[in-house]
Design a protein around this ligand. Structure first.
Ligand code: PLP
Length: 375
């Protein structure tokens, strides 16, 4: 794959070729359907790549002031914001950066409607279609009971839509287009009458469009249908799909110990550098390794930190691991550097970039000050 033996570890490595491959797929969807695709910055805010991403897709989606500003300053294309609630003292600045402001309640709409319209910006409302299509990941399910995200049909006020030009929903996570199709059925059933009065709809994120088994044809049928039936402009705001499998996290084996099974201590941390491994939870792919039992040499990989549960997972290898070996985790561009932290004084991984021609560039490195300055 690449020679990782001279890299300073731990480091994230973003792969331009893989990123561009994803972007080409997304641009294809835009071109064939006329829908607009926005990068959900929450998943991947590595703004060094925003000029490249902006060559392929229509803009950015953000969740508050800082992401709004980053998208505005670093990509400068369409910029849509949704927040569960906006602060009074940030609102004017947010409006200045964004073309579309999406509210989560009628009280927020009432509070800020005049200011948004006076600035010539568009207003949307986030709806909750109350259809859970994912199992086991309640933390990522905005349709779970008592969810705060999106207005339910029961709480929706068709008499209060003055100034509202669009609806937004976001209910999927790492899903295929069959779940989008089912979600749209629920949206139409509950909000079809409202859609007829709208100009645009935003399908949110969670569409795993760049995954190999994703059914792009069905996605495009869904888009075409909403355009034809209601005359709507369609937006999608995937995060994962933009940088899926476009980054690695390289780590070094520092020690090998034993407690009922061999344990390798590495210089990265699930808690600090890949928090979704513990939060979601999931097992990240590791190059050259297999499931437990698939290969002869099995290890539990754990971190330097004092957190007992800071374990990345159990993996098997063709050869015994040695101190100093480099391990390369896959799919580490998304929800990694945007979530990392310096818990326990762990250093932050450097961020490197591999160009199409194979050359490497260091984008950022971090040190003691990055730990100290936040405390
Ligand atoms: C998280 C989020 C996204 C992006 O989701 P992915 O799963 O990364 O595609 C898009 N829109 C909203 C409102 C979100 O909260």
């Amino acid at each position: 794959m690449l020679n990782v033996s001279d890299l300073k570890t731990p480091c994230y490595l973003i792969d331009e070729e893989r990123l561009q491959r994803n972007l080409e797929i997304l641009r294809g969807v835009e071109k064939r359907t006329g829908a607009k695709i926005l990068l959900a910055q929450k998943a991947f805010s590595c703004y060094h790549f925003y000029p490249l991403i902006g060559e392929y897709i229509s803009g950015t989606a953000c969740s508050g002031l800082y992401e709004a500003r980053l998208g505005f300053e670093e990509m400068g294309k369409e910029n849509h914001v949704f927040s569960a609630a906006y602060r009074e003292d940030e609102m004017d600045e947010i409006i200045s950066y964004c073309g579309h402001i999406i509210f989560n309640s009628f009280s927020q709409l009432e509070k800020y409607r005049e200011r948004v319209l006076a600035a010539g910006k568009k207003i949307g409302l986030r709806i909750n279609p109350e259809l859970s299509t994912q199992e086991g990941h309640e933390i990522y399910d905005p349709c779970s009971p008592k969810s705060r995200l999106g207005i339910t049909r029961k709480n929706f006020r068709e008499d209060m839509l003055e100034g509202v030009s669009g609806l937004h929903f976001h209910t999927l996570c790492e899903q295929n287009s069959d779940d989008l199709e089912r979600t749209l059925e629920a949206v139409e059933k509950k909000f079809g009458g409202v859609l007829k009065k709208m100009e645009w709809i935003n399908f949110g994120g969670g569409h795993h469009i760049t995954r190999e088994d994703y059914d792009i044809k069905l996605l495009e049928n869904c888009i075409n249908r909403m355009q034809a039936k209601y005359g709507l402009e369609v937006y999608l705001e995937p995060g994962e799909a933009v940088a899926l499998n476009a980054g690695y996290l390289v780590t070094e084996v520092l020690d090998i110990t034993e407690n009922d099974m061999p344990i390798a201590i590495v210089d990265t941390s699930a808690a600090c550098h890949m928090p979704d491994v513990l939060e979601m939870p999931y097992r990240p792919p590791l190059y050259g390794a297999g499931e437990v039992g698939a290969k002869p040499w099995c290890y539990r990989l754990g971190s330097q930190t004092c957190l007992a549960g800071d374990v990345i997972g159990e993996y098997s290898f063709d050869e015994p691991l040695k101190i100093g070996d480099r391990l390369v985790f896959g799919d580490m561009a998304i929800y990694s550097m945007v979530k990392n932290n310096t818990f326990n004084g762990m250093p932050l991984p450097e961020i490197l970039f591999r160009r199409r021609d194979g050359s490497l560039e260091r984008l950022r490195n971090f040190g003691y000050e990055d730990f100290k300055s936040r405390l």
